[in-house]
Design a protein around this ligand. Structure first.
Ligand code: ZN
Length: 435
């Protein structure tokens, strides 16, 4: 082909691309389409201040501006959402969920579960969680990489659900809380995330990241809902956890450590994990270490109340739940009073998904937190722990338009958050206040 002809073809190609620009323009116009959220009251979760008569301008899935309603006039094409009588606040965040799992403690059911079944659970539970007002979650433990696919399906708009950070399989020692200990040796059943020793944990961290994990979850101590292990006994060594954290942080992932026993909490914090999950046997030494390192504590307390009221556990788990429940609340109350940073987590899956906001009630009415401090655990603190402070946690221009509304000011009664009336995530309305 002659150069001139190539030149002509290039021109033609440019002309073609230019015509293709028209749909792109209309897409831009679409993106610029504004939604005006007319809010009776907007609650600032950083200060507790309530501003009346505000309009939140949403476009392209993000908050553009928040102004007094009198200053924002409607333009042609605007969609207007009237939340005139409501209190509006940022979408809530739960940093400890298992969306692919359901409350079912029959060990046999656990053994016959499949990834396909768990994916279906995930679709149902992601929606329930979002409709409860939780617009972001961390999913800290799933079989296979079902949570990765769930996150991707939500992000692709295939199914409704919160923004997710997912861990994939939990890393743990052989025979530990994160292994599968229900069958005798001739079945050779091993948990997906089992890894012993420094080289093995490094490999597992890298493997989880390879298959899509946003964060790494490890089991630093024994747990309650697992056979034959002791919640108070530490499982990973300090050196193994240091290796996990070094690799995870180097590769841009945070680390969450399941830990009940005091030594495991201490070692995990010393190793540099970003959050301690549960923390039931936390003592002064562990509290001091966590404060020094800025480690978040993610208490998961409402599950104890739910278990006492509605749960029934098989004998292999029952006594452990009794023992942990007997001490966890007083230890964690002590840690809160000592000033350890708290982010809200629920362990939803141990009880039905969608009840996540009950955790706030425990923080206020049993742990002695102020309602504002409790609300911050589910917004600014949780966003900070996830590394998402620039994206969510407050209502501010440039952040995701993740907006919820309730009928009264939650600072007067946090239980109002158990009945969220309106949910918007990234500018899309999933639950309408219209009755
Ligand atoms: Zn959990």
């Amino acid at each position: 082909m002659k150069p001139r002809m190539i030149h002509a073809l290039v021109l033609l190609a440019f002309a073609y691309v230019a015509t293709m620009a028209f749909p792109a323009q209309s897409q831009e116009a679409q993106a610029a389409k504004r939604t005006l959220v007319r809010a009776g009251h907007v609650l600032d979760v950083q200060t507790g201040k309530v501003s009346d008569g505000q309009t939140i301008v949403v476009a392209s899935g993000t908050i553009q501006v928040i102004s007094p309603t009198s200053a924002v006039s409607t333009q042609p094409g605007d969609e207007v959402i009237d939340l005139g009588g409501m209190t509006v606040l940022p979408g809530l965040i739960d940093v400890h969920t298992h969306l692919t799992m359901n409350p079912d403690f029959d060990p046999y059911r656990e053994l016959i579960s499949t990834d396909a079944k768990e994916a279906i659970n995930g679709v149902v539970n992601a929606k329930a969680t979002l409709l409860a007002g939780f617009t972001s979650v961390r999913n800290v433990g799933a079989n296979g990489f079902v949570d990765v696919d769930l996150r991707d399906a939500i992000n692709a708009g295939q199914v409704p659900g919160p923004h997710m950070q997912v861990s994939g399989p939990l890393l743990g020692i052989t025979g530990g809380h994160c292994d599968e200990n229900l069958l005798p040796i001739h079945y050779h059943l091993v948990g997906d995330g089992v890894a012993d020793g420094i080289a093995a944990v490094q490999h597992k961290v890298r493997e989880n990241i390879k298959y899509g994990a946003d964060l790494i979850k490890i089991c630093a101590t024994g747990g309650v809902l697992s056979k034959g292990d002791d919640p108070q006994a530490s499982q990973y060594t300090l050196e193994e956890m240091q290796a996990v954290v070094a690799d995870a942080h180097r590769l841009g992932r945070k680390v969450a450590a399941h830990a009940h026993g005091a030594q495991g909490i201490l070692w995990a914090s010393k190793a540099g994990v970003d959050s301690i999950e549960h923390g039931s046997y936390i003592n002064d030494e562990a509290i001091g270490e966590m404060k020094k390192n800025g480690t978040y504590l993610v208490p998961t307390l409402y599950l104890e109340d739910w278990m006492i009221e509605k749960g029934s556990l098989p004998p292999i788990y029952h006594q452990k739940m009794v023992d942990v429940s007997a001490v966890a609340k007083s230890n964690i109350k002590h840690a809160i009073q000592a000033g350890v940073k708290i982010a809200l987590g629920t362990d939803a899956a141990v009880y039905p998904h969608g009840l996540n906001a009950h955790e706030l009630d425990v923080y206020v009415n049993q742990m002695g937190m102020t309602p504002l401090a409790a609300l911050q655990t589910a917004t600014v603190n949780a966003a900070d722990l996830m590394g998402w402070s620039k994206k969510t946690g407050t209502l501010e221009p440039g952040k995701w338009a993740d907006i919820i509304a309730v009928e009264r000011n939650p600072l007067e009664d946090v239980r109002v958050l158990q009945d969220v009336k309106f949910v918007m995530k990234s500018g899309v309305v999933y639950k309408s206040a219209a009755k």
